[in-house]
Design a protein around this ligand. Structure first.
Ligand code: ATP
Ligand code: MG
Length: 680
């Protein structure tokens, strides 16, 4: 039997809540995620709910994995494996894999990533003669994504008359959607949008899912967007919905999350039982006091005060550096000193507002040989070599995936140059068929015999390997054979600037094989489809397994740090313009008074502070380089909101001449490092 004695009375009440909607509204570190985990175990063990009937939704894949592990610890991995514990996107993707043909797609659809999406939008902008009219593809995508998160199909989107960007997006959106469909592809937001449509248009599918998931639990509910909310409403018509969240930690408003979802829950689900937790088990009294002092300034929130039964703990520390290089150096040295005192690397994290801030920290950590793990930023699967290799796998899975097909058509180089490709595309448009079909029958494209020969070979290659993958029982081995036959290594070396560079880039290929191997070891029924699913759905935490095991300092953005905890946290870049971020500072000046952006920045700061368990170090730079020029920086207003008595030590002194020299020397050695890494 699971031991509920380790829970406080409110937590226990939530765990043992019977049927009907349950809202757990509670501050950071009060055990919300822990309650979900225990409740799942309790439902299965005390209530006899079948594990298959449980659906738990988390915000990241990493969180899902952790939750499954915790549940396994409580009631065994056999049970835990039978549950659905995943993100909204992964859940929807699984549902669509089963039923998407009902919406006119094929089941082997591809999920486009950001780069694929951008390429499609750029094409469309050019085709509609918007090129050069000042619309960035990113902005257009932003508007489209926002529509999708609000469940607006192209025909439902009515752009504001006086907003040229929205006007342009309204032109692109229908074609974009058609473009995806022609490639049998969906984007990330489509996963939600299409599942919602599927539910509305095909009652039987919805009913099947309802029957399946008798108990639904959602973590980080404050960050659900409209699409997710509507999906939940449809699925949870039985009312067995338990959501947990903290309105003070709502930090995805910019991506369409709707704080109203949590504030209105009691209205939307009549008969809701609401439980509040105020005891914090994570942080010291000092850290909590700082967090409370900051978040108190927000006007639109449900009042709550966190407290802890633990002591005040260590005081906060403030490091004030003259510039960002010094800031990073002081933090890196501090981390090293902590290591000497016995703290593990993995117990420490550096949290920042934007990913670009990581660069100086990476340099300094590298200089001191401190192992670190960067979450977000340039991703492994974004590297060219990796994308090229994975594109083959994608085409083998779904030959209609045009973007991947274009990527590999002449890679490795096989004499199908840009002019030929243009002719092929023109034929696609004339005949209104997919590129893959044209490749099978390119006679009317007006190509030379030689190119036609190459195309025939390419098509045969794809067909042969599609067959081999269908028959394969060792996925990794098959992928290895494919790469060998294609001569990817030779191609990489051919285009590399130097031998070392070639070696390094070939390692990426090996990493792909490792990723396939790791996937294969993890799954009971590994398949190419399953692997690609992981590649497209895992965002921040891709090579998670190896990384979790590693003892390394974590570098991540505040957004990615949600739900996590570390004994020692460095919250860096505590400056106006950085945290709060520039765009919200400006907004304040325009609107005056209540500013939703500034309030979201304050929540972000609150999330950062409350990640720390034992000690919090805040840092700021007096000047920071912007496009090469130093810019003076004021301390963050949030810094000033924290009572001074919580700090010790005071500011760390500025640069001395020796330090300047030292910096110079290190900068040089670092850049030669980087150059040899990049090669070009
Ligand atoms: P966040 O808002 O940051 O997601 P949370 O409310 O989900 O936080 P948890 O991560 O569940 O909080 O818990 C915070 C920490 O407190 C964890 O280390 C957890 O194990 C511990 N904890 C929670 N409840 C208890 C309890 N009753 N007794 C001991 N430790 C607890
Ligand atoms: Mg949590």
């Amino acid at each position: 039997m699971i031991d509920l004695a380790t829970l406080n009375p409110q937590q226990r009440a939530a765990v043992e809540h019977g049927e009907g909607p349950l809202l757990l509204l509670a501050g950071a570190g009060s055990g919300k995620t822990r309650v979900i985990t225990f409740r799942i175990a309790w439902l299965v063990q005390a209530r006899g709910v079948a594990a298959e009937q449980i659906l738990a939704v988390t915000f990241t894949n990493k969180a899902a994995r952790e939750m499954r592990e915790r549940v396994a610890e409580l009631i065994g991995s056999g049970q835990a494996r039978k549950m659905t514990i995943s993100t909204f996107h992964a859940l929807c993707s699984a549902i669509l894999r089963q039923h998407i043909q009902r919406l006119g797609y094929r089941r082997n659809f591809t999920i486009y990533d950001a780069a694929d999406q951008l390429r499609l939008v750029r094409d469309l902008l050019a085709r509609h003669d918007f090129a050069g009219r000042g619309f960035a593809a990113e902005q257009i995508l932003w508007v489209i994504s926002d529509c999708k998160n609000r469940l607006l199909a192209p025909e439902d989107f009515h752009p504001a008359v006086n907003d040229p960007l929205q006007q342009a997006a309204a032109v692109i959106y229908p074609d974009y959607q058609q473009g995806l469909r022609a490639c049998n592809a969906v984007d990330f937001d489509d996963l939600l949008l299409l599942t919602h449509r599927l539910f509305l248009e095909h009652e039987d599918v919805l009913e099947q899912c309802r029957q399946r998931f008798r108990h639904i639990l959602v973590d980080e509910y404050q960050d659900t967007n409209t699409a997710q909310y509507q999906l939940l409403r449809l699925l949870a018509s039985h009312g067995n919905l338990c959501v947990v969240g903290d309105d003070d930690q709502s930090i995805y408003g910019w991506r369409g999350a709707n704080l109203g979802n949590i504030l209105d829950f009691e209205k939307d689900f009549p008969g809701t039982r609401t439980i509040r937790l105020e005891q914090n088990y994570r942080s010291t009294g000092t850290i909590l006091e700082a967090a409370n002092a900051v978040i108190r300034r927000n006007s639109r929130r449900k009042e709550k005060a966190l407290w802890t039964a633990g002591g005040a703990g260590e005081p906060l520390e403030l490091i004030e550096a003259p510039d960002e290089e010094e800031e990073a150096r002081l933090v890196a040295e501090r981390i090293q000193a902590e290591r000497y005192r016995g703290r593990r690397w993995r117990e420490m994290a550096i949290l920042y507002r934007t990913n670009v801030q990581s660069r100086p920290f990476e340099e300094q950590l590298r200089y001191l040989d401190i192992p670190y793990r960067l979450v977000g930023g340039q991703q492994f699967f974004d590297r060219k070599e990796v994308k090229d290799a994975v594109a083959y796998l994608k085409v083998l899975y779904n030959p209609r995936d045009e973007i991947s097909l274009l990527r590999i058509l002449n890679y490795p180089r096989r004499g199908i140059g840009p002019t030929s490709v243009e002719k092929l595309i023109a034929l696609c448009n004339r005949r209104d068929v997919s590129l893959w079909e044209v490749l099978r029958d390119p006679d009317e494209a007006g190509l030379t015999d030689q190119v036609r020969g190459e195309i025939a070979l390419f098509v045969r290659l794809i067909d042969t390997w599609r067959y081999r993958f269908e028959q394969a029982d060792d996925l990794q081995q098959t992928v290895r054979q494919l790469f060998d036959e294609l001569g990817l290594e030779a191609e990489i070396r051919r285009t590399a600037g130097s031998r070392e560079q070639g070696d390094r880039r070939c390692e990426f290929l090996q990493d792909v094989l490792n990723a396939v191997g790791a996937y294969q070891n993890r799954e009971t029924a590994p398949s190419l489809a399953g692997f690609l699913e992981k590649v497209s759905l895992l965002d921040d935490d891709r090579r998670e397994d190896e990384e979790d095991a590693e003892d390394a300092v974590t570098l991540m953005s505040l957004h990615s740090s949600k739900g996590l905890e570390f004994p020692l946290v460095f919250l860096v870049g505590m400056e106006e313009g950085c945290l709060p971020h520039r765009k919200s500072v400006d907004a304040l000046e325009v609107e005056g008074g209540f500013d939703p952006h500034l309030e979201e920045e304050r929540r972000l700061c609150y999330v950062g502070i409350t990640r720390a368990r034992e000690k919090l170090v805040l840092t700021r730079a007096a000047s920071r380089r912007k496009r090469g020029r130093p810019e003076m920086r004021e301390p963050s207003r949030f810094l000033q909101e924290i009572p001074e008595r919580l700090f010790t030590g005071g500011a760390v002194s500025g640069p001395s001449p020796e330090r300047e020299e030292e910096k110079d020397r290190r900068a040089k050695s670092f850049f030669s490092d980087i150059q040899s890494l990049l090669g070009d």
